[in-house]
Ligand binder design. Structure first.
Ligand SMILES: [Zn+2]
Length: 474
């Protein structure tokens, strides 16, 4: 944070206090703010942060700006500034049309989330929204977009069937041609198709991410260049001393649609965990930069539909009425036996432990929620995920990095996102308390800068109120 003041100074007028909260201004200035570096956790105290046209132009002790500018000043005395957060696994246009852009996007912004990686939904809808967010027509986070899901079976509006290697190559080509950011793979992709996707993605220079299919091992996925693995798919199996044999049994059970037999393999996978195999695997994942997005909050939600407090969650007021009806815990539990529920709980607890071991072995992680699946509240649930990462042994700094610096690194855009430094996009969150002391302080949001505009606590509350109002009608 050296004082590179002269860059943004032209004339000699002292900071001009003209606060216009609602109108976008050319220059936005925060004074007396404690800037948290997500590189190393250092805090630069009592700083001035200057933003011009949506970019950070200076971070320094004192500042001067030329008089001609339209300036908005915010005294952020005692507040902590972090970069905008990223939720690296969402489905903002997939689960239900009731989660429309006016409901779901303000929930991200009000929770300090200024970027999301959308992992699958209607690509036309998402591309249209992305354009409108970019042109400031629509309030929303930056959108990094998956193509349609690549899966076995049948194609539909948001899925491309890849039952053969030829179909797989054509699907990658289609994603690339449509200008989408990456290829998303589901669990039932056949083995030959998977390796065709990997090869074509490399040729076309478009990353592929997603589930590790049943037919492929995590080792093979890492070697094939899969950039991120979601929900720790296949990781536990890859740590088993009987990996090949259990995979063969899994594939047989799935081919016969014998889901009871498939479920029964879970405890065997856990009980044959081999520490040496796990260690070698994690080393490979760390070396290969195979990122993990464990979505612990999603796994927890899925295994706790029997929680008596579910229906009194105050965040339910932001869930569209039609979706809320689907979130009836009785309906969600239907078809799950007490034994199955117990097994799901054991798996979710095991995931927390698995993340702990993988993280200490140097595997890289990003925070993602998989909202808005049932009881994974868009926006809010990213903060739940940060809590879970801390429960998995992350320091608050490491948890915050998983939602700021790490996504920027993953996306190859450390020059643009994930840091409060000059030349970076002004995606910022102001907090009432130091998030490095306690990760829950990241929920104490005083203000957010998104797409160059400042939203005070009052603005964010109004935003949430409006969502609650719309949710009643949807
Ligand atoms: Zn997902």
């Amino acid at each position: 944070m050296k004082a590179s003041l002269t860059v943004w100074l032209c004339l000699t007028t002292l900071l001009y206090a003209g606060s216009k909260p609602k109108t976008p201004t050319e220059v936005l200035i925060f004074t007396n703010v404690n800037v948290v570096s997500l590189r190393d956790g250092t805090i630069a105290r009592d700083m001035t942060v200057v933003i011009k046209q949506g970019r950070i132009s200076g971070v320094a002790k004192v500042g001067l700006v030329d008089q001609g500018h339209d300036i908005q000043m915010v005294n952020a005395n005692g507040k902590y500034m972090i970069p905008g957060l990223w939720d690296m696994h969402v489905h903002s246009a997939f689960v239900s049309p009731a989660w429309d852009e006016k409901v779901i996007y303000p929930l991200y912004i009000a929770n300090g989330i200024t970027g999301v990686r959308d992992m699958g939904g209607d690509p036309d809808v998402l591309e249209n929204r992305r354009k409108r967010v970019q042109s400031r027509e629509l309030l929303g986070p930056h959108l990094i977009l998956a193509g349609p899901f690549l899966a076995g079976g049948k194609s539909d509006r948001q899925t491309i069937a890849v039952n053969t290697p030829e179909e797989a190559r054509q699907a990658v080509d289609a994603v690339k041609k449509q200008g989408l950011d990456f290829v998303k793979i589901l669990s039932n992709v056949p083995r030959d198709s998977y390796f065709a996707i990997a090869d074509e993605s490399s040729k076309q220079d478009v990353p592929f991410v997603g589930h590790v299919p049943y037919s492929v091992s995590v080792r093979e996925a890492a070697t094939a260049g899969q950039r991120s693995i979601e929900h720790l798919t296949g990781v536990m199996l890859a740590c088993s001393s009987r990996e090949d044999e259990l995979r063969a049994q899994e594939l047989t059970a799935l081919a016969k649609r014998d889901y009871a037999a498939y479920e029964k393999l879970g405890p065997q996978i856990i009980s044959t965990y081999d520490q040496a195999r796990a260690g070698a695997l994690f080393l490979q994942l760390a070396r290969n930069n195979t990122w993990q997005v464990p979505t612990l909050v999603w796994t927890q939600a899925n295994s706790h539909f029997d929680d008596p407090d579910l229906e009194s969650d105050p965040r339910l007021k932001y869930v569209p009425a039609s979706v809320r009806a689907q979130w009836d815990p009785v309906k969600l539990r239907a078809g799950t036996s007490p034994e199955e529920l117990a097994a799901l709980k054991a798996e979710s607890a095991r995931d927390v432990e698995l993340v702990k071991v993988m993280h200490s072995a140097g595997v890289r992680f990003m925070a993602g929620s998989d909202g808005p699946d049932p009881y994974v509240f868009p926006g809010f649930s990213l903060h739940d995920e940060l809590d879970w990462l801390v429960k998995s042994g992350f320091t608050p700094l490491q948890a915050l990095q998983s939602a700021t610096f790490n996504p920027a690194l993953f996306l190859g855009r450390v020059d643009k996102y994930g840091l409060v430094e000059p030349e970076h996009v002004a995606d910022l969150v102001l907090l009432d308390a130091n998030p490095l002391d306690d990760i829950r302080n990241a929920r104490q949001i005083f203000g957010v800068v998104a797409n160059g505009k400042y939203y005070s606590r009052k603005d964010l509350d109004a935003m949430l109120q409006q969502v609650a109002k719309l949710a009643l009608q949807e």
